[in-house]
Design a protein around this ligand. Structure first.
Ligand code: PEP
Length: 262
C-alpha cells in the first residue's frame, strides 16, 4: 500500500504574525513554482506555526496544497483549563493536524505516555490528524534501551485509538530521537531504519492492514544535505522538520529531497 510522503514544519515558539505570514508566502510561492515546473509536489506539506499565528497563516494557506497544524492540544475539549487549547479550537482556526507528545513537551511539561495517548484521542475526537512523537534520550540509547522505550511509547497509544479503520489510518507517528532534536546531529540512516522498521512491525501486529497505512516520519536535525538519504529509507514516510523549517529556502530544499517514486 503506497503511503503519501509527509513533510511537516514545526516552527516551535518562533516568529510574530508578520514573520509567519512572510515565511508562509515564501513557501507557497516556492511550491507554486515547483507545481508550474513539474506538475505537482511529491508530498503533503503541513505548517505548524505558533498558536498566535495560526489564524493569520490559515488566511494564507486556505485553498492551497499546504495544510495547517497545531503544535500541541489539551486532552480536554473545553472548560477551566487556563492557557490550554482544545482540539475543536484548532479545527476552528483551520488546522487539520496537530503535533502530540513532542519531546520538548514530554520533558518540559511532564507529559507521560498516558497523557500523550489521551491527547491523541482528543485530537481524533476533534477531527484532527495527530502526529505523535516518540523517541529515546541519549542516555536510553547508550543503555541499549531504544527499542524498549519506543515500544512503550507506541503501545500506550493502542487503547486510545478509535475503532474506525479510516480514522486510525490517519495517525502519523514521528520518530524523533531526543538527542537529535535541534542538536545538528541526525540519526544515521541505519539507526532510523532499525526503529522505523521495528515500529512498522508493531503497527502491523497490533492493527493488521491499518498498520500499513499509518505514516512514520523521522525528525531530528533534518537538513537539505541529509534529507535524501533519510527519505529514501524503506520505512520512512517523510520528515518532521524543526530548525530548517524556519527558512523557506531550506524547507523547500528538504521538500525537493522527497524521492520521485512516492
Ligand atoms: C523538532 O523539533 O521536531 C525537530 C525535529 O527539530 P530539529 O529539526 O531542529 O532537530
Amino acid at each position: 500500500m503506497a503511503r503519501r510522503m509527509l513533510i511537516v514544519g514545526n516552527w516551535k515558539m518562533n516568529g510574530l504574525i508578520e514573520t509567519a505570514q512572510a515565511l508562509t508566502e515564501d513557501i507557497l510561492s516556492g511550491l507554486s513554482a515547483r507545481v508550474a515546473r513539474s506538475g505537482s509536489v511529491r508530498c503533503e506539506v503541513v505548517l505548524c506555526p505558533p498558536a498566535t499565528a495560526l489564524y493569520a497563516v490559515n488566511q494564507r494557506v486556505g485553498g492551497s496544497l499546504v495544510r495547517l497544524g497545531g503544535q500541541d492540544l489539551s486532552e480536554f475539549e473545553s472548560g477551566p483549563h487556563t492557557g490550554e487549547t482544545g482540539g475543536g479550537m484548532l479545527r476552528d482556526v483551520g488546522c487539520g493536524y496537530v503535533i502530540v507528545g513532542h519531546s520538548e513537551r514530554r520533558s518540559g511539561w511532564g507529559e507521560d505516555n498516558a497523557r500523550v495517548a489521551r491527547k491523541m484521542a482528543a485530537a481524533f475526537r476533534a477531527g484532527l490528524q495527530p502526529i505523535v512523537c516518540v523517541g529515546e534520550t541519549l542516555e536510553e540509547r547508550e543503555q541499549g534501551r531504544t527499542l524498549e522505550v519506543v515500544r512503550a511509547q507506541l503501545e500506550a497509544l493502542f487503547p486510545c485509538l478509535p475503532p474506525q479503520s479510516d480514522t486510525r489510518q490517519s495517525l502519523v507517528v514521528a520518530y524523533e530521537p531526543v538527542w537529535a532534536i535541534g542538536s545538528g546531529r541526525h540519526a544515521l540512516p541505519e539507526q532510523v531504519q532499525e526503529v522505523h522498521g521495528f515500529m512498522r512491525r508493531i503497527l502491523l501486529e497490533r492493527l493488521g492492514e491499518d498498520g500499513h497505512a499509518i505514516r512514520i516520519v523521522y525528525g531530528g536535525s533534518v537538513k537539505a544535505g541529509n534529507a535524501g538519504s533519510l527519505f529514501a529509507l524503506e520505512d520512512v514516510d517523510g520528515g518532521l522538520i524543526g530548525g530548517a523549517s524556519l527558512q523557506s529556502v531550506d524547507f523547500l530544499a528538504i521538500i525537493d529531497a522527497v524521492p520521485e517514486t512516492f
